[in-house]
Write a protein that binds this ligand. Structure first.
Ligand SMILES: Cc1ncc(COP(=O)(O)O)c(C=O)c1O
Length: 393
């Protein structure tokens, strides 16, 4: 007899990117496909020193069970770090939950908020991992287009005025994955005002905000409204393998999220949390870490963008991102970038076609290039290969 699965699995897609990573493991493949942080950014000596100290001095507490919403040292660091940016005090109890990466935050929010058929507003293109998390709870996606200044909040305002009432609105305001876009200050204000006016909940996912290499930082949407759950993570600024992220949000929402997390995994790794809290607790540590890693991403982004401009000219269109890891592009002469990808893989370079980031997965002329893991010289070679693929199409 065949196995019987829950109906919610019906729409569950496998990540096109994860499937692609198999291709990128082929020898000599240059991958612009993954979104991994560069391994050079991991602060291994500091982590090693702190791990030794914790296992020696701290004793058993670092490997004991701990609170579902996170170890107190880390919640204190989060509260102190965000109070100035949010422009208000953040209590360490009740409004912060440490999660297993921000991916778990998305899953827990979906679990406690979404019933089948509920409306979820998502940008297009969208972060695939969020779509996967939300999809399991069978929402109806209301797609709002994004542009180089982020989600088109004006379009959302029109739909809200016409009666749309989403359960949640998902946005990635800084250096969006995949679009690289940064939401303008005006749109952040507008979005927060809409949340207050219509009593909505915004999920502001900000894994990349610390990797800004151009322009001035903008205040988070959460600084303009309390109807926001703000997510972030150590994945891009320290290392993703710890799987430590966090969410800050309204007490009612965080209460339900904490119960759901208890059911899911009791708590995030005690050891990883205390280790990170101690590394981050060294005065000036994070500023030094950012000063070390942000130039790596800047240099790579410039190398990729310059090479694309130089080799492809008007055969490609893109905006240079102000930070993060992704350059989003359009090939005006290519109807389906999946076909370009097949040629590109033959030439020894991989990227992710735009259709992977849409809800309906229709072929399009877009592509996401990640510049995070290749050195500048390799990025040039990758673009040479891409150019050959395009020529042969
Ligand atoms: C927009 C976005 N949100 C969330 C995540 C998940 O990050 P984490 O490693 O914290 O789970 C990613 C990872 O790439 C991302 O790009």
């Amino acid at each position: 007899m065949p196995y019987q699965f829950a109906s919610r699995t019906a729409g569950l897609r496998s990540s096109a990117i994860r499937d692609l990573l198999k291709v990128t493991e082929m020898p000599d493949m240059l991958s612009l496909a993954g979104g991994l942080p560069t391994p050079d950014s991991f602060p291994l000596p500091d982590l090693r020193r702190e791990a030794d100290r914790l296992l020696g001095e701290y004793g058993p507490r670092v490997v004991q069970y701990s609170a579902t919403d996170g170890v107190i040292e880390l919640r204190e660091w989060i509260a102190a770090t965000y109070a100035p940016t949010f422009g208000r005090a953040i209590p360490v109890e009740g409004q912060i939950v440490v999660t297993h990466g921000s991916q778990q935050a998305l899953d827990l929010l979906a679990k406690v908020l979404i019933d089948p058929g509920d409306v979820v507003v998502s940008e297009s293109p969208a972060y695939l991992g969020a779509v996967q998390s939300l999809e399991l709870f069978q929402p109806r996606f209301e797609v709002i287009p994004g542009d180089q200044h982020g989600l088109q909040v004006e379009v959302l305002a029109v739909r809200l005025a016409a009666g749309l009432r989403p359960k949640l609105i998902y946005v990635v305001p800084n250096f969006h994955n995949p679009s690289g876009a940064t939401m303008s200050l005006e749109r952040r204000h507008h979005l927060a005002a809409l949340a207050d006016q219509y009593e909505l909940l915004i999920v502001e996912d900000d894994p990349y905000g610390a990797i800004r290499f151009a322009g001035d930082p903008l205040p988070p949407v959460a600084s303009f409204s309390e109807r926001v759950v703000h997510l972030s993570t150590f994945s891009k600024i320290v290392a993703p393998g710890f799987r430590v992220g966090w969410m800050i949000g309204p007490p009612e929402v965080m209460g339900w999220v904490t119960r759901a997390k208890q059911a899911a995994d009791l708590h995030t790794s005690t050891f990883a949390q205390i280790l990170l809290a101690n590394v981050l607790g060294v005065p000036g540590w994070l500023d030094e870490q950012k000063a070390r890693i942000v130039p790596m991403y800047r240099e790579r982004c410039v190398a990729l963008a310059d090479a694309l401009d130089d080799r492809l000219g008007d055969r490609i269109r893109f905006h240079r991102p102000d930070g993060g890891m992704f350059l989003w592009s359009e090939f005006p002469g290519v109807a389906d970038t999946n076909a370009l990808l097949r040629r590109a893989v033959e030439e020894g370079v991989a990227f992710v076609p735009g259709s992977a980031f849409t809800i309906d997965q229709q072929p399009d002329s877009k592509a996401r290039f990640s510049y995070s893991t290749l050195a500048p010289a390799q990025l040039g070679v990758a673009v040479d290969r891409l150019t050959r693929a395009l020529d042969s199409l």
